[in-house]
Design a protein around this ligand. Structure first.
Ligand code: PEP
Ligand code: MG
Length: 529
């Protein structure tokens, strides 16, 4: 059997049995109407009971929060109101059972959303129960990440960031997807969790292997003997003395990219000098309603707490494209990556941004972290000025923006006149420079941030920062690559922010190189060498 190649996105090797992520069946059809409505309606309660029994069994085998969630979901599946309404739709309106369950759940979801608060947060659970009962009625596997009873290699066509964020590294040995790009948020989350991952593996879903050997460094996947013992081998940590400087003493802050309490702790224990990117939207990928200021304050404070006394750049919500937040959903758009995402969401709804800024300011005061804020998806200096003014009005002294749209790189000088710092998001900057969707495996090569065209844009940012005497960092995935990190420093970047696992290798690479060598590497890379 053959070895398949994809794009390596999270290092480490693992071998183990395959667990497939089943795909959602979609909206069940309304037709044909059942010939025997009573018999069709009678299928619903047993399907709901079977789902509840399976969830109860999984809860019994699970622990802690996972067990609680499973028990809550099982209780929802047992709720006679959902089955009762679905049965009514079958008998009164002749709707097929799977569609009746789908429609009944939609009614419940609407009522919960309207009730707001805690109840609105249960909408996702209702949808989960709905999908499980529909799958049971259709005789197919329930969609989503399966509950794993043994450590397994997770295989999927693609995985949403919300699903990836919930993966447990104790049971997910590795993650392999047929689609997906190297800088997609699924890849970023896999790296943060330390789960070896390979994406864009063509032919993966047709492989049919019971077990796989996954190499997250080489980007390969090969069938393995299902009887062989499970193995995991992570990359050995590089030796780094913790200094954020080149060999000749040129200072470069080595920072962590974080999105959760676990990330924050991992970054601090890896020796990060602070955090250069706190992706606040990662706290709310599943939230159906806008969290209150108090809820946000508590969530941010928990993440900031390990950074007391050190700098943290908190990015305001970057909703949209592959990170949709239900409570900030725009009107349907033909090209979401080019639509109302990031800071653009705030132009229509500035009160959401203001509430978040208030919560960030309060969390900073609670924890003693030295907090700055930064806006995503800024295209012009006017947008940057608008954001900085609101941040200062909320009492946050330092405000910057991300440079992740080519126009912003070209306007870096003007942007730095109205902000305190900038941070280059190479993931989006590459996507928009090369017109190549970062989520699409087929164009993964175009998203390589080492290409001269992208580096020339970063060089403009470096020159503008030097001229303004203000810091410019990189918080895209390029900063996590030790070879590129040198080039970025040579282009004038003053900080590099990355996932915890990359901190020691990047820090060590810099301490082994002089600034002159970094500049020479940058000149070579700009010329395509
Ligand atoms: C980026 O675009 O490089 C970035 C850091 O932001 P995100 O990956 O969250 O879009
Ligand atoms: Mg981005």
């Amino acid at each position: 059997m053959s070895t398949l190649s994809g794009v390596a996105v999270s290092p480490g090797r693992a071998r183990g049995p395959v667990a497939r992520v089943a795909e959602a069946a979609g909206e069940p059809p309304r037709a044909p109407a059942p010939a025997d409505r009573d018999a069709e309606a009678a299928r619903i309660a047993p399907a709901a009971e079977a789902v509840a029994a399976r969830l109860d069994a999984l809860a019994a085998a699970a622990h802690g929060e996972a067990a609680d969630i499973l028990l809550t979901t099982a209780a929802m599946a047992k709720d006679p109101a959902l089955a009762g309404e679905a049965e009514r739709l079958v008998t009164a309106e002749g709707v097929p059972a799977p569609r009746a369950v789908f429609d009944a759940a939609a009614g419940f979801s609407r009522s919960l959303t309207a009730a707001g608060g805690y109840l609105a947060e249960r909408v996702r659970d209702i949808q989960d129960v709905r999908d499980r009962i529909v799958a049971e009625l259709l005789g197919v596997a329930p969609p989503g990440v399966p509950q794993l009873s043994t450590p397994s290699v997770l295989v999927a066509r693609d995985l949403a960031p919300a699903d990836t964020a919930g993966l447990d590294p104790a049971t997910v040995l590795a993650l392999v997807t047929e689609q997906g790009g190297p800088t997609s948020h699924t890849a970023i989350l896999a790296r943060a969790l330390g789960i070896p991952a390979v994406v864009a593996v063509r032919g993966l879903l047709d492989l049919g292997a019971e077990a796989l050997l996954v190499d997250g460094d080489a980007g390969t996947v090969e069938p393995a003997d299902p009887r062989a013992p499970v193995v995991t081998a992570s990359r050995r940590a590089a030796e780094w003395n913790g200094t954020g400087a080149t060999a000749d003493g040129h200072r470069v802050a080595i920072l962590g990219n974080i999105g959760s309490v676990a990330d924050a702790r991992a970054a601090v224990s890896a020796g990060a000098h602070g955090a250069g990117l706190f992706r606040t939207e990662f706290c709310y990928l599943d939230a159906p309603a806008e969290p209150s200021v108090d809820e946000q304050r508590a969530a941010y404070a928990a993440v900031l707490e390990p950074f007391a006394g050190t700098p943290v750049v908190v990015r305001t919500l970057d909703a949209g494209a592959d990170k949709p937040l239900p409570f900030l959903a725009p009107e349907p758009e033909p090209n979401p990556a080019l639509g109302v995402r990031g800071l653009r969401v705030a132009y229509d709804r500035p009160e959401v941004l203001d509430r978040q800024l208030d919560a960030i300011a309060a969390a900073a005061a609670d924890t003693g972290a030295v907090v700055s804020v930064m806006a995503p998806m800024v295209a012009t200096a006017a947008e940057a000025a608008w954001f900085a003014e609101r941040a200062r009005a909320a009492g946050i002294g330092r405000a910057g923006v991300m440079i992740e749209v080519p126009a912003a790189a070209l306007a870096a000088r003007e942007i730095l006149e109205v902000t305190d710092f900038v941070s280059v998001g190479t993931n989006d900057l590459a996507q928009y420079t090369f017109a190549a969707d970062r989520q699409l495996g087929a164009v993964a090569a175009l998203n390589d941030p080492g290409q001269p065209a992208l580096l020339r844009l970063i060089a403009l940012v470096g020159e503008a920062a030097r001229a303004a005497g203000k810091p410019a960092g990189v918080c895209g995935e390029a900063a996590a690559d030790p070879r590129l990190a040198r080039v970025l420093v040579g282009l004038g970047m003053t900080s590099l922010s990355m996932n915890a696992a990359a901190i020691a290798p990047v820090g060590a690479a810099l301490t082994a190189t002089t600034l002159a060598e970094c500049e020479a590497a940058a000149r070579l890379a700009l010329a395509g060498g």
